[in-house]
Structures are given as C-alpha cells and as structure tokens.
Ligand binder design. Sequence first.
Ligand SMILES: Cc1cc2nc3c(=O)[nH]c(=O)nc-3n(C[C@H](O)[C@H](O)[C@H](O)COP(=O)(O)O)c2cc1C
Length: 323
Amino acid sequence: MQNRVCELLNIRYPVIEGGLAYVGNGALAAAVSNGGGFGQVGVAGRSVDNFKEEVHIAAESTDKPFGVNLPLSEHSDITRYVEAILEVKDSIKAVSISAGNPKPLVPLFKQAGLKVMIMTASIKHSLKAQELGADLIVCEGFEAGGHNSPLEMTLFTILPQVTRAVTVPVVAAGAISNGQGVAAAFALGAEGVQLGTRFVATKECQAHDNYKQMLLAAKDDATVVLERSMGRVLRVLKNPFAEKIVEFEKSNPTVEELLPYIRGTNNRVAAIEGRVEEGWMNCGQGVGMINSIESATDVVKNLMQEAQDVIASLQRINPLFQP
Ligand SMILES: Cc1cc2nc3c(=O)[nH]c(=O)nc-3n(C[C@H](O)[C@H](O)[C@H](O)COP(=O)(O)O)c2cc1C
C-alpha cells in the first residue's frame, strides 16, 4: 500500500523523522528508515565534517532511503553546509529546508536529483513553497518541539486549511507521538507525519539518557516557550534553566542580553552532555504520551499499527460513525 509521500520518498510508511538539532544522528536516521519510515541527519549543531560523518554512518547502516535537514537560520556559513549536502547527494534521497527563505536552494537541490521538502506553518508560506517547486510540504503546528512559527497556530487549526490550499502532499508535524496522532493527522488531510520528540526518546538517538528520562517523566504541561521577547518561538522542556529564561524575558532584554541564555551550546550541554540543570532541551507538547524508550525502527512500525487500530476503533466504539 502506497500513498504519494511513500512514492515520492520510496518508503513503506509515510513517517518522517524531523531534523533534530544536536541529536539527529546517523544511527537514528538509519533506524527510522529501517523501520520503513524516512530518517534524516540534521546539520544543526554539527560541524560540516561531523555532518558528513553522520550521513556516512546512516548510509552504512541502512539500504533504505534517508534525507538531511537544513534549517537556514542555524549557521552563519550556510553555504558550506549546502556544498556538503551536494557532496553527499548520492547517499540521500531528499533535503528538508526550514527556518528561512528556500528560494535560491530549491532549484539547486532539484538539479542535484534530490526531492525537496519545505517546512511551513501558514497557508501563505505553503502556497509559496509549492510555487517554488517543493515536492512536499511539512506543515508544523505550534505544539511542536524546537523552533516554531511566531504565528502560533496549532496543527488542528492550520493543517486542514493548508491541505485544502495546496496540491502537493502535506505531512503533519507537532505533538504526534502515537497512532492516535497519526490517525488524526490523516483525518485533517495529511498524507504523512513528521515526528521529533518521539524519536529523541529512542535507543539509537544520541541524546543523553538524562534527557530521555526527563521525556519519559514529562506530562501534558511539561513544555514552555522561549524567545518570544525577540519575536520567535522555541518550545522546550520546562526545567529550572528554561523557567529562569522565561522570567528574564519578562524584563524585555535586548537580543545581546538574551543570547547567553538561548545559544545552542546551552542546548548541547543538556541534550548531549546530560547536564540538564545547565541548559535547555527541545520538546513538543505531545511528550506526555511517550512512555518507553524503544528502537526507532519499532516506533515507526508500532505507530502505523496503532493508527490502523485507532481508525478501525472509531467505528467500533462510536455508534455515530457507523456506515
Ligand atoms: C530535539 C529537537 C530538535 C529539533 N531541531 C530541528 C532542526 O534542527 N531543524 C528543523 O527543521 N526542525 C527541528 N525540530 C523540529 C522537528 O523536526 C519536528 O518538526 C518537530 O519536533 C515535530 O514536533 P514534535 O516534537 O512534537 O514531534 C526539532 C525538534 C526537536 C524535538
């Protein structure tokens, strides 16, 4: 059984691992792809050499397609990362572009034979992405972990409007952690799902175990939003470090004053080194539904099985849905 997302990426299940700054390693990407989904190695938080190394690890660990993620705001020398992606183009199937204007890059990547996925969070940007030649749009709601659109629209709001507005396939992202989320995303018009936080809590993810254990313990109210004082949105796990930043932002600091708190090294210290009280960690609002650390391969397979069960149970348990 195939749909447009499966056909485009040559995968079994339309489940994509979103770019994961610092923690989106090659072994994780390969494990997702081995489960029939689509793994991605992220450039965020990596040197050019380390990025290429992780792509190499992924390529050695799976014979299935995988991709890379390029958030344009992440590195000041983005050109070097674009060159690195073109260097590894024969190992990868697609590149996802986020956090910036993809216009100059779309033709470049397409000429290199890559599929291009563009992250959006509004009808306007989705139409623009389609016009630029995106093969697929990842529509992300404000529930999602990491940087989100300052428009702050939830997936329930924006997804069905975007899927009606464009003709290219749309993949849903934001707080999807289990089969219920997958089934809901499809009901709202998506043809695939992209998960971030769920894949951090897996065996293959290089995130520190302290971070993974915090994800398991987290409940419905476990996230906070940082960077609003600078017109941005960064959803992270609520911990004393993040709460201190929220408090500091109430004093309307300048960007220079805020930078020492929100810089990427404070993410690395907590997410990779495990010194969780000294930094912040990306996390989506669906974290409360994550109850186990599994192989990412199994996460992909279980998600699809659960989604099928949920769809079947809609008719079984609710008489309103009888044909
Ligand atoms: C740890 C983490 C790091 C992230 N880093 C990136 C990134 O580098 N590039 C990007 O486009 N999105 C990034 N995101 C967003 C994810 O790709 C994905 O769209 C999002 O996590 C989906 O929401 P969820 O976390 O609720 O599943 C990140 C999310 C998390 C949780």
